[in-house]
Design a protein around this ligand. Structure first.
Ligand SMILES: [Zn+2]
Length: 89
């Protein structure tokens, strides 16, 4: 039986790559229950993510484009999970 196994070493999209960098740097985290990404609002982690992005930008992607991708992902992610019940503290 033929099966198509998707096993690509290269991350498919620049956005996917940016998310993985942000996760590695600890700038975002995934909601354990719902899987939504949350911005941790940690300036040091963000700084680190940009450093990683510039230093290890994907093949064919300039450090500048990599940094833009990181910024765009941060921009699109809220600091709370949309499905978690919100508390006012
Ligand atoms: Zn959640």
């Amino acid at each position: 039986m033929l099966r198509t196994i998707e096993r690509r070493p290269v991350i498919r999209t620049l956005r996917g790559w940016a998310i993985s960098v942000l996760k590695e740097a600890g700038a975002i985290r995934e909601c354990e229950e719902h899987g939504w990404m949350q911005d941790r609002s940690d300036p040091h982690a963000r700084e680190r993510a940009f450093e990683i992005a510039c230093e290890y930008s994907p093949d064919g992607i300039s450090a500048e484009a990599a940094a833009v991708a990181i910024a765009e992902v941060l921009d699109s992610i809220g600091d709370t999970c949309p499905e978690c019940p919100q508390s006012d503290g």
